[in-house]
Design a protein around this ligand. Structure first.
Ligand SMILES: [Zn+2]
Length: 178
């Protein structure tokens, strides 16, 4: 992570406002619509590094978005849309130590104890290291297939979804998931 990515709140440049509206008949709370909103809030989802949220954030730098009229952490929405449900009492933690990041393989479940242990172990120094591969939800797989049919390469899809190319191949060729 570069020093500018650690810059907080108001100092950041934001993306130009380009709102994503649901298609006619599309549920605004559906994973497919939320997925589009999440990707619309980052500038670099095809690159290797953090997917840094360019919209609203708390003073602490934690990415936020409005869902059904409530301000919620954008990385929790990202985790639920792309990885899976968040069990009661669990936190979504940043492996990369970048509170604006919504990249699925930079997120993991943990409790508050783990959160504090991680912070002190890292000494607030980000590694961005992958401690294993993110899994995909059905909506992640659907989105991946859609992008593949739009001509995305497997390498680019692997990078965007934080999984291996083998996982992309299995998802796109329907060897896993339905
Ligand atoms: Zn990250």
């Amino acid at each position: 992570m570069t020093p500018t990515e650690r810059t907080r709140g108001r100092e950041r440049r934001h993306l130009p406002i380009r709102k994503i509206y649901p298609e006619p008949g599309e549920n605004p709370l559906s994973p497919s619509h939320l997925s589009k909103r999440l990707l619309n809030g980052v500038a670099n989802a095809s690159s290797e590094g953090c997917w840094t949220w360019m919209r609203s954030a708390k003073r602490s730098g934690h990415a936020t978005m409005t869902v059904a009229g409530r301000t919620v952490p954008a990385y929790r929405v990202a985790f639920e849309v792309w990885v899976g449900p968040i069990p009661n009492g669990q936190w979504v933690l940043h492996r990369c130590d970048n509170p604006r990041c919504i990249r699925p393989d930079h997120l993991e479940l943990g409790d508050q104890t783990k959160n504090m242990a991680d912070c002190s172990r890292r000494g607030r120094a980000a590694t961005g290291a992958r401690n294993g591969q993110a899994k995909l939800t059905q909506s992640g797989v659907d989105e991946m297939r859609r992008l593949r049919s739009d001509g995305w390469t497997q390498a680019r899809l692997a990078s965007r979804f934080g999984v291996t190319q083998a996982t992309v191949w299995r998802a796109v060729n329907r060897r896993s998931w339905r």
